[in-house]
Design a protein around this ligand. Structure first.
Ligand code: HEC
Ligand code: HEC
Length: 421
């Protein structure tokens, strides 16, 4: 019995209201640049650049799917601020260097030109948490949305929440490592969500050790439900158009999973019910459900990025395609064009492909979905638990488990074909 995922009729008035409470747009001084008379002028320049980009770039009040994906916290400040106190953690200790070390990314399009120039001149203090607060005020930290207010003459981060983009977007590093233009749908495999959550003083010691154990690029979306820990590789959110069921275990369509994550993981203020998991969360107003259709439609526009020019040998890939279809027997499950058989209603017992069963057993299906192969070049490691570091490891795994007897040449060719998908 599928959970309630149909969007109910509902306006966007709540979103508008939360925008009204949004980031403080009044210019104010921050510790962006080290003090000094000469630099004072620079600060003025930066501030004169005007208010940060509004959350909603479009004309109308209704946020687009892209805006929901990038900027909507669904009211999850109730978790990240009220319960976890992350606004205080950020203010007191998260300088930009530490933020980048945790895998957070900076959207250069959100930075005023003067600030970019100041960063280039080395005038911005990247060891001061106040700089992080300023970056959040500018809406430049991908997947992090905060409210900065003047309290007793100081800029204070009074609220913070997260968005889908935290885990499912990265940047192209065009300005500097971790500074660049947004790449929506690309998994942020540098991000260490467990370590971020573990920084909250509200997390009990036992749980903190578990959160710290996950490592970059991984997250366990059930730990807070069943207390077990088998972290998953953060998957891409692109290349899913035409794929009928989402997640490693084929839990349901995109909106089912989006609703699950927004309410039970991000802590959004919405309702989610699934009898199979014995979860019944009802929160009014529901800031999640009415947005699910637009959020889904946006994800369906995200295409898998092709491999960079010159990185695939077409002749070897053509030979590899034959291995994929014939001796490798890959195509009996990875059926083109999406390279999955989930559209035929098939899922696979863990033993069938030699996978660890621990995660599957915690889910509603107990099986793994044949992962739709998309932009494999972009997102190592592979398999739900990241047990294959490279595509050659994937091929070696299948060669052994399915007793394929591939030659070294065939393995190399198959890898070349996989890189081309
Ligand atoms: C804390 C990190 C995190 C956040 C935030 C997050 N996700 Fe995910 N997402 C994951 C992980 C981990 C999985 C893998 C879950 C699984 O397959 O069981 C996943 C799976 C998915 C999938 C399935 C991909 C596939 O191959 O089937 C989609 C789509 C998705 N997320 C979209 C979203 C959207 C939309 C949001 C915001 C509502 C969101 N995610 C928020 C970590 C995150
Ligand atoms: C019996 C069905 C089946 C066959 C045959 C099969 N696969 Fe898979 N494949 C799966 C399943 C199920 C998964 C998901 C496993 C997991 O994530 O733990 C998967 C995952 C993968 C992944 C990981 C994708 C990612 O994004 O993490 C790759 C790559 C892959 N398979 C390639 C191949 C190749 C190459 C072959 C042939 C040598 C092959 N598969 C044969 C079912 C199959």
């Amino acid at each position: 019995m599928p959970a309630d995922t149909d969007a109910r009729e509902g306006g966007y008035d709540v979103f508008q209201r939360s925008q009204g409470d949004g980031p403080d747009r009044r210019p104010h001084r921050t510790a962006l640049v080290a003090g000094g008379v000469v630099l004072g002028a620079l600060i003025c320049l930066v501030l004169a650049a005007g208010p940060p980009r509004p959350l909603t770039a479009g004309e109308g009040p209704v946020p687009t799917g892209q805006e929901i994906f990038r900027f909507d916290t669904f009211g999850d400040e109730q978790l990240w601020t009220d319960k976890l106190g992350m606004h205080q953690v950020i203010e007191s200790s998260l300088d930009p260097q530490s933020a980048l070390a945790l895998g957070l990314k900076i959207d250069v399009d959100a930075l005023p030109a003067e600030l970019i120039a100041a960063i280039q001149l080395g005038l911005v203090d990247l060891t001061d948490p106040a700089t992080t607060v300023e970056l959040i005020r500018l809406n430049a930290v991908v997947g992090v949305v905060g409210t900065v207010e003047q309290v007793e003459g100081r800029s204070r981060l009074t609220k913070v929440g997260i968005t889908c983009a935290l885990c499912h977007s990265t940047v192209d590093d065009s300005f500097a490592p971790s500074f660049g233009r947004r790449l929506d749908g690309w998994p942020n495999l540098h991000l260490d969500p467990g370590k971020i959550i573990a920084a909250s003083p509200a997390i009990p010691d036992g749980a903190r050790d578990v959160y710290r154990s996950w490592g970059p690029g991984k997250y366990d979306p059930r730990f807070n439900i069943d207390g077990l820990s088998t972290p998953l590789v953060i998957p891409p959110a692109y290349g899913l158009a035409g794929v009928k069921k989402e997640t490693y275990t084929g839990e349901g369509p995109i909106s089912y999973w989006n609703s699950y994550v927004a309410v039970t993981q991000m802590g959004g203020h919405g309702s989610f019910r699934d009898r199979r998991l014995q979860i019944n969360i009802v929160q009014a107003p529901d800031l999640v459900t009415p947005k699910l259709p637009d959020l889904r439609d946006y994800q369906l526009t995200l295409e898998a990025p092709p491999p960079p020019a010159g990185t695939v040998d077409p002749t070897a890939a053509a030979r590899g395609k034959i291995v994929f279809n014939k001796q490798g027997t890959c195509a009996r499950c990875h059926i083109p064009p999406h390279y999955t058989d989930v559209n035929l209603g098939r899922l696979h017992a863990p033993a069938q492909t030699g996978m660890d069963k621990a995660y599957a057993l915690r889910t509603t299906t107990k099986k793994y979905r044949t992962t739709p192969l998309r932009a494999l070049w972009q997102h190592p490691p592979y398999f739900h638990d990241g047990s294959a570091a490279t595509l050659l490891d994937v091929v070696e795994h299948y060669d052994e488990h399915l007793k394929l007897g591939l030659t070294d040449q065939q393995k190399q060719d198959l890898v070349e074909f996989l890189k081309s998908l």
